[in-house]
Write a protein that binds this ligand. Structure first.
Ligand code: SF4
Length: 93
């Protein structure tokens, strides 16, 4: 679910250069941001509530604030089979 802009960017204005909020220019999110819970809509575009320039944030690798990437990585966490069997033998999970 995407939150509404009025609460995220109060007083923001759309300029020919981009969304101006508190003196900072915000640029629309990119394709890699799809699924992130920090995305907010303003007008016809979607923006990040944490970073003004999502494309720059992703240029050096995964965005460290991306909620969808963190969730995907957590589900892929490896389980050491030796430790898992010891835990199971002790009655743990
Ligand atoms: S936190 Fe990162 S992934 Fe999420 S919308 Fe912002 S730039 Fe995109």
């Amino acid at each position: 679910m995407i939150a509404q802009s009025s609460q995220t960017f109060p007083g923001a204005t759309m300029t020919p250069e981009g969304l101006r909020y508190k003196g900072v220019l915000f640029f629309p999110v990119i394709e890699k941001c799809a699924g992130c819970s920090r995305i907010r809509e303003f007008g016809e575009h979607s923006y990040c509530s944490s970073y003004a320039a999502p494309v720059a944030k992703w240029s050096l690798g995964d965005c460290n604030f991306a909620t969808h990437v963190r969730a995907a990585q957590a589900s892929q966490a490896r389980v050491n089979p030796l430790k898992a069997s010891k835990r199971a033998a002790k009655g743990g999970r």
